[in-house]
Design a protein around this ligand. Structure first.
Ligand code: G3I
Length: 304
């Protein structure tokens, strides 16, 4: 193939990007998006603060723009994210206990129902594990009870039975890290008890503090062996030039080596679209030109 999406498709995978609704009027941005990508993740537009700014009043206009654009251009959509400790509206931040649990369930039901049949996979729960120690992150949701995650998954399944339901997190790439083991044990437990989980997303924001690990493929394979699909969901890699390109190529090769690694999403199109205030972590430069990292990804997608 000559594009990321077409090349990934030849390997039975998708290649996606995070998309911001307000950039859909940027011709350079949309040109690259439509040419290269087959999956989109709304970068902020489906989050709790965006979709339910006032309790019980749902606003979908920005997210709908992205979904419509995707559908009109033959791309699929990853929903992001139904339940998360961050980017909650102020009213939810001020809730606790049964009221918060009820609000979470209602939020998941409403949003997943609105998009029913239009979502390839939902990040049902995002970033619920602590950065160290292997346990849960403290949050208002966690304080509603340890079962909040499985309740979120069962609620999402009931609302949109056709969507794959994923757990998504960062710093779960290195097999030896306690956080990775914590998430692994949760997924193993969910599979054993019949909690509806279909996939695990590895954000893979690689930088000097959490670099691409040499055991990445092992991590992806070990999770897949639990009976879930795995996806690389928010890929970006600190650096530039051939070093960055090599790491991008390694990530792609690892995904292709794992049968249940169904796709890769980068967290933005151009370096200037990145959530990182500085740095050049993506595949296109600020002018929309292909970087060495792009070429490395395309080459690996077409290898073998
Ligand atoms: O929309 C408001 C705007 O009204 C306001 O004037 C402006 C002033 O700061 O802020 C705007 O909101 C910003 C929002 O992005 C939309 O641009 C927030 O401040 C800013 O914090 C928010 O950042 C997002 C971040 O999640 C928030 O946690 C990034 O764009 C987004 O890339 C990032 O994505 C996360 C994933 O969801 C989860 N994994 C990590 C990843 C990177 O942090």
């Amino acid at each position: 193939g000559t594009t990321l999406g077409a090349s990934a498709a030849e390997k039975g995978r998708y290649f996606g990007t995070a998309v911001a609704a307000y950039k859909l009027s940027d011709a350079t941005y949309v040109g690259i998006l439509n040419r290269e990508f087959t999956m989109v993740t709304p970068e902020n537009e489906m989050k709790w603060d965006a979709t339910e700014p006032t309790q019980g009043q749902f606003t979908y206009s920005s997210a709908d723009r992205i979904v419509s654009h995707a559908q009109a251009n033959g791309m699929r959509v990853r929903g992001h994210a139904l339940a998360w400790h961050s980017q909650q509206p102020g009213w939810a931040q001020n809730l606790s206990g049964a009221a918060l649990r009820q609000a979470m369930v209602n939020h998941i039901t409403q949003v997943a129902t609105h998009y029913q049949g239009k979502i390839y996979a939902w990040d049902v729960v995002n970033e619920a594990y602590a950065d160290s120690g292997g346990g849960r992150r403290d949050s208002n949701l966690q304080r509603t009870g340890d079962d909040w995650i499985e309740v979120a998954f069962r609620t999402a399944r009931a609302a949109d039975p056709g969507a794959k339901l994923c757990y998504n997190d960062y710093n779960t790439d290195n097999w030896t890290w306690a956080k990775t083991q914590g998430v692994y044990n949760m997924v193993k437990d969910f599979k054993a008890r019949g909690v509806p989980i279909d996939c695990v997303g590895f954000q893979s924001h690689f930088n000097s503090g959490s670099p691409y690990p040499s055991n990445y493929r092992t991590t992806l394979q070990n999770f897949a062996d639990l009976g879930v699909d795995v996806q690389i969901t928010e890929l970006d890699i600190e650096g530039s030039g051939s070093t960055q390109a090599t790491t991008y190529g390694n990530v792609v090769r690892d995904c292709l080596a794992v049968a249940r690694c169904t796709g890769i999403t980068v967290w933005g199109i151009r370096d200037s679209d990145s959530w990182r205030a500085s740095g050049t972590p993506l595949l296109f430069d600020a002018g929309g030109n292909k970087k060495p990292a792009y070429t490395a990804v395309l080459t690996e997608l077409n290898a073998g």
